[in-house]
Design a binder for this molecule. Structure first.
Ligand code: GAP
Length: 448
């Protein structure tokens, strides 16, 4: 049987129906391109961020983490080049009031005639492209004047650069080493959309890896491969991932080289994460603008230098969307359609669900005891409503890898059945082996 294609509509419907995401401020009609994560979505996104932090910080002895404020001194954005250059070219249509990014116009749809691109319909009346700065502005303190303007950060990276010396001296790190951060960023995108893919408020997972100039190309290759592998290890199918090196004319103002990890979303191949060689651009700029010496002193060679920086920059929301899309599957079980999220067990919002087969014979009480046993260890669910097949389907649809069923036999020999989401195989095992068995299965490598 061929699996039906995964569309963004199916993902959005499932996400809403099961409480992964809700439109922000929905009861007031919603706020365009802003999303709230519901109970399951919050768990899923937290698991994505935890996996990143575990693999990028905790498991390594050459990377440390920080957590910076969102509001920063406005001069940061002068030095970083964002005030002058963090712009997108904007085109308006005087006729339909549509608004488009000039560099996306060929693939955009004319609101009057969606089969055509803006500019191709007789009535189109487009303006020239003008540059539009993507940073959100606000005011610090009670007076709304130019002296009190501050910006919501458009990337987490700058918090890392301005703290380079603080971290390096207090954590006594030696090059090569990295500083990682997860946090919110804001961009007043001209054309947000495609669910979590492009929003105006989003979370980034960025790491700046400081290396000796000359070692940068080697480290760039290392991080490109490491980041591609990370998604595959967390279950994304290899044939849905690819690398796309940037051409010289699309490099950001700070970059010497860049490659994107792309995923084949329902909207086509699109950037999941960018890995850039930022050379010594940022540290030099901040040294010049702040007047502080941000060079590294190399004790071996006895020289001062500005390190080069390799930056793997990922989006937590975009990664969460990719994991959801890649996991989505539909199949037929016992003649009935089943939707199943084949999420890596480590990412699954709920790890196990406990079911009493019947609501009598002490089965609910026994199932609750097992639920209480597992709850301090993992996110677990308890469900006694409806036929057991229905209950399995409800968990399959949200990606719960393990189902534990208490039945008549449990009451005599203290064993339960452990059902596995993907194979739907059931195994009988003693309750006192459950904790160890689930821990072992969660730690195993997993592929779809
Ligand atoms: N510090 C470099 C930097 O910010 P970027 O390519 O602009 O680079 C890195 O952003 C990642 O952040 C992207 O690959 C994407 O996953 C995520 N991202 C960027 N803009 C986004 C948006 N408007 N909505 C959701 N995620 C976004």
């Amino acid at each position: 049987m061929t699996t039906p294609p995964v569309t963004m509509d199916k993902i959005v419907n499932l996400a809403k129906r099961r409480g992964f995401t809700f439109q922000s401020s929905e009861i007031y009609g919603g706020l365009n391109s802003c999303w709230d994560y519901g109970p399951l979505g919050a768990e899923l996104k937290r698991n994505v961020k935890n996996a990143w932090w575990r693999d990028m910080v905790q498991a390594r002895d050459d990377i440390v983490g920080i957590d910076c404020s969102i509001l920063m001194h406005p001069r940061v954005w002068e030095a970083s080049g964002h005030l002058a250059g963090f712009t997108d070219p904007l085109i308006d249509c005087r006729e339909c009031k549509g608004r488009f990014r000039a560099d996306h116009i060929a693939t955009a749809q004319c609101p009057l005639k969606p089969s055509k691109a803006p500019g191709q319909h007789d009535k189109c009346n487009l303006t020239e492209a003008r540059n539009f700065n993507l940073m959100f502005k606000t005011f610090m303190g009670p007076v709304e004047e130019s002296a009190s303007v501050v910006y919501l950060r458009p990337e987490t990276a700058q918090g890392i650069f301005v703290n380079f010396k603080n971290v390096q001296t207090t954590a006594r790190t030696k090059i090569p080493f990295g500083i990682a951060q997860i946090g919110k960023s804001f961009r007043n995108e001209i054309t947000p959309g495609n669910f979590l893919f492009r929003t105006r408020e989003f979370e980034q997972m960025e790491m700046e890896f400081f290396v000796k100039p000359g070692d940068d190309e080697r480290w760039f290759e290392y991080w490109v491969q490491a980041r591609l592998d990370w998604y595959a290890q967390l279950g994304i199918r290899r044939d849905k991932l690819r690398l796309r090196p940037h051409a010289a004319d699309e490099l950001a103002h700070y970059a010497k080289g860049c490659a994107d990890v792309e995923y084949e979303f329902p909207i086509g191949w699109s950037e999941l994460e960018g890995i850039a060689n930022r050379a010594d651009f940022d540290l030099k700029q901040h040294a010049e603008h702040s007047g502080k010496d941000l060079r590294f002193f190399d004790e071996e060679s006895r020289e001062h230098y500005f390190p080069y920086v390799i930056e793997p920059a990922a989006g937590a929301d975009r990664a969460t969307l990719a994991f959801l899309v890649d996991a989505y599957d539909e199949d037929i079980v016992d003649g009935e359609a089943r939707t199943v999220l084949r999420l890596h067990p480590q990412l699954a919002p709920i790890k196990a669900a406990v079911f009493p087969l019947l609501r009598k014979e002490g089965q609910p009480e026994k199932a609750r005891q097992i639920y209480d046993l597992l709850r301090p260890l993992y996110a677990v669910d308890y469900d006694q409503a409806g036929a057991i097949g229905r209950r399995y389907r409800r968990q399959d649809e949200i990606g719960t890898p393990f189902g534990i069923t208490v039945d008549h036999q449990t009451m005599t020999d203290a064993t339960v059945t452990l059902r596995e989401r993907d194979s739907m195989q059931q195994e009988r095992l003693p309750i006192d082996r459950l904790v160890g068995e689930i821990a072992q299965r969660l730690a195993q490598p997993w592929q779809r």
